[in-house]
Design a protein around this ligand. Structure first.
Ligand SMILES: *Cc1c(COP(=O)(O)O)cnc(C)c1O
Length: 385
């Protein structure tokens, strides 16, 4: 491919196998096959011999992940949780991992209820407190897990400071970059070792596939990931890989519109008398606006806000018409969710409140609808409370 390509949008359409080398098809076909006819006795004499090991459609998507993340090695698995589990499974018995207190619910359960049974030590820490974080580092600490902006309060962790702390102590850093997408935040370029994304969200973008990606610049880590991918077997299906290849081609366009909508909605809500608080890193009033924009190039397309009373939530949800009310985010359609009863339902009331996830909080994932319609809808729904 031509060396003149610099822009990510051009790259997303031309810089990985987008053309089928066998037929010239302008869309990579769904190589819907589990196995491949072998020319001879030697399995290593051909690139493909079993789909759990390698498949051309899935491979094309893995190359696309490398382009998007600016990574040497990219892999896709059957969900975001599968790649997060993969990252945590790089730890061995007796090793220690530090995880933010405010972390994606599935990651919390994986760390809190599963990996501890494999003899891995876990500490949940408030990443807003660097001193506490530093004190938590021990001899056997091997991984620092980062998620920024956080879900659902959009708190920001300072990736560069965390990476420098980790490097000083010989600790691997993993970033869950789902909210920002690699278009706006590139953790590997900021010095992190591993980046994971739930492709279910913005990357696929159409609320029709569950998938995850993991990328790194380390050959050693990549070898392990490939070993796990092949033997844990949590591979992505061919049809799903194809759908994501299709969805990804418009990631740039979709994000532009969704981010614009988020900016306008955050602005609107922050001035509305019936809104108690708005959390959006693209607002100048956000506590960590400067840190966020030192590591990312956009406020993203997700915001959250609080009504004054939890008793108004039900009425508001009943009256809002355009966004779907659902778990998940990052679709072309706007999605509103109630973290206390959805993403954070597995936490106790006490744990939730400690994280600041109150019952009057709603999360809004902005789709690509017309901003005027979304704002009018919000205005109308708010008029009932
Ligand atoms: C959705 C999500 C995940 C989990 O991804 P799945 O594809 O649902 O397994 C992990 N992290 C974040 C921040 C998410 O939003």
């Amino acid at each position: 491919m031509s060396k003149n390509i610099k822009g990510i949008n051009t790259k997303m359409l031309h810089s990985y196998p987008v053309i089928d080398s066998y037929t010239g098809a302008a869309s990579i076909p769904k190589y819907q096959t589990s196995t491949y006819d072998q020319k001879n006795l030697y399995t290593d004499s051909q690139k493909y011999n079993y789909t759990r090991f390698k498949n051309p459609t899935v491979d094309a998507l893995q190359r696309a992940v490398e382009i998007l993340e600016g990574a040497e090695y990219g892999f896709v698995f059957s969900s975001g949780m599968a790649v997060i589990s993969m990252a945590l499974m790089l730890l061995k018995k007796g090793e220690h991992v530090i995880i933010p207190k405010e972390v994606y619910g599935g990651t919390y359960q994986m760390a809190n209820e599963i990996i501890v049974d494999y003899g891995i030590e876990v500490s949940f820490v408030d990443y807003g407190n660097m001193q506490e974080l530093e004190k938590t580092i021990k001899e056997n600490t091997k991984m620092l897990y980062i998620e920024t902006p956080s879900n659902p309060l959009l708190k920001i962790s300072d990736i560069k400071s965390l990476v420098s702390l980790a490097k000083k102590n010989n600790i691997l850093t993993v970033v869950d970059n789902t909210f920002m997408t690699p278009l706006y935040q590139k953790p590997l370029e900021l010095g992190c070792d591993i980046v994971v994304e739930s492709m279910t969200k913005f990357i696929n973008g159409h609320s029709d596939v569950v998938a995850g990606s993991i990328a790194t610049n380390s050959a050693e880590i990549a070898d392990k990931i490939y070993l796990y991918q092949k033997n844990f077997g949590g591979i992505l299906g061919v049809e799903d890989a194809w759908l994501i290849l299709r969805g990804m081609k418009t990631l740039g366009l979709r994000m532009q519109k969704s981010v614009k909508n988020a900016e306008l909605i955050a602005e609107f809500l922050s001035k509305h008398p019936k809104i108690k608080n708005v959390y959006y890193p693209g607002l100048k009033s956000h506590k960590n606006y400067d840190i966020h924009f030192s590591q990312a190039t956009s406020g993203g397309a997700i915001l959250s806000f609080e009504l004054f009373s939890k008793d108004d939530i039900e009425k508001f949800i009943e009256k809002i018409e355009i966004p779907i009310f659902a778990v998940s985010l990052g679709g072309v359609e706007s999605i509103i969710s109630h973290p206390a009863t959805m993403s954070h339902a597995s936490l106790s009331e006490e744990e939730r409140l400690e994280q600041g996830v109150a019952r009057n909080l709603l999360r809004f994932s902005c789709g690509i609808e017309d901003a005027e319609d979304l704002i009018e809808d919000l205005e109308r729904a708010l008029s009932f409370i």
